[in-house]
Design a protein around this ligand. Structure first.
Ligand SMILES: C[S@@+](CC[C@H](N)C(=O)[O-])C[C@H]1O[C@@H](n2cnc3c(N)ncnc32)[C@H](O)[C@@H]1O
Length: 260
């Protein structure tokens, strides 16, 4: 895979920018283009660019970390990793799917909201996913919901896709409810999302779910997700646990959380 793109981070320090507003320039055929970190459509269209920025340069380790804590959680039970039927929400170009497949899983179903993610996964990792859906889970229709349910997933993962305007609370809950009860759940989240001073809908939802009757937490681990473009460590929590029951439709409203 081509990973030798000519990229440049901005000259000025980017401390004032939110994580999703950070940008870089790419030189292509004598022209320069500015791309923000959250312009996933543009990044995925350039083969190897996502890997070069986030994995080679910024040293992201999250797919491996979330996979390993999921493995450790499952080791505390009678279940086996290789029997997992995984729903990968915010699957992107397949980095998490690849990490899971290294351990061996039974089925891997990808979901993302932009077609460029699926195109890139099929281009760069053909055959990795058993199926890959482009869906907005906040507007999932009954037919697609039934089709997704027919995969009988017993695990849901979501990596580097929660918060910062990515997957909203309602979509997370729809995915959570799609997996079987007693299914496994593993995701990562920026460390400030656990800070009770963070009153955003997403942070509140994660705190409410993680410490609720709907989920048993097996492992929470703080780790360095990646570096910022200034070389500073960005710490996240990796969380793995087991679903206990579906989250009811009125859950978010009952907690005063705005449904996006
Ligand atoms: C930083 S990428 C992470 C991709 C992959 N999980 C990984 O670890 O490399 C975030 C992904 O979440 C997807 N995403 C954002 N909002 C979403 C939503 N509402 N539903 C599904 N996917 C979403 C983006 O399109 C993008 O592919």
């Amino acid at each position: 895979m081509q990973r030798q793109h000519i990229i440049q981070f901005p000259k000025k320090k980017a401390h004032n920018l939110r994580q999703d507003e950070v940008y870089f320039h790419i030189q292509e055929k004598g022209t320069q283009r500015k791309i923000r970190f959250h312009d996933y459509d543009k990044i995925y269209q350039v083969q190897g660019l996502y890997e070069q920025i986030f994995y080679d340069r910024l040293k992201c380790i999250s797919p491996g970390k979330v996979t390993s804590i999921l493995q450790s959680a499952i080791n505390q039970s009678e279940d086996t990793f290789t029997e997992l039927r995984v729903l990968d929400l915010g699957a992107g170009n397949g980095m998490m799917g690849e990490a899971l497949k290294k351990h061996g899983v039974s089925r891997l179903i990808g979901v993302d909201i932009i077609p460029e993610a699926r195109d890139a996964a099929l281009r760069d990792r053909p055959g990795l996913y058993d199926a890959y859906y482009i869906e907005d889970f906040t507007k999932l229709n009954d037919d697609t919901g039934e089709e997704l349910a027919s995969w009988q997933c017993n695990c849901m993962v979501t990596v580097a896709a929660l918060g910062f305007g990515d997957i909203p609370p309602k979509a997370f809950i729809v995915a959570f409810n799609l997996i079987e009860s007693k299914g496994w759940v593993a995701f990562n989240i920026k460390e400030t999302f656990f800070d009770t001073r963070d009153e955003s809908g997403f942070s509140k939802m994660i705190r409410e779910i993680v410490f609720s009757e709907y989920m048993d937490v097996y492992i929470i681990e703080r780790y360095r997700h990646r570096l910022s473009i200034e070389g500073e460590p960005l710490y996240y929590f990796a969380i793995a646990g087991r679903k206990k029951a579906d989250i009811p439709a009125e859950f978010l409203e009952s907690k005063g959380i705005v449904v996006a």
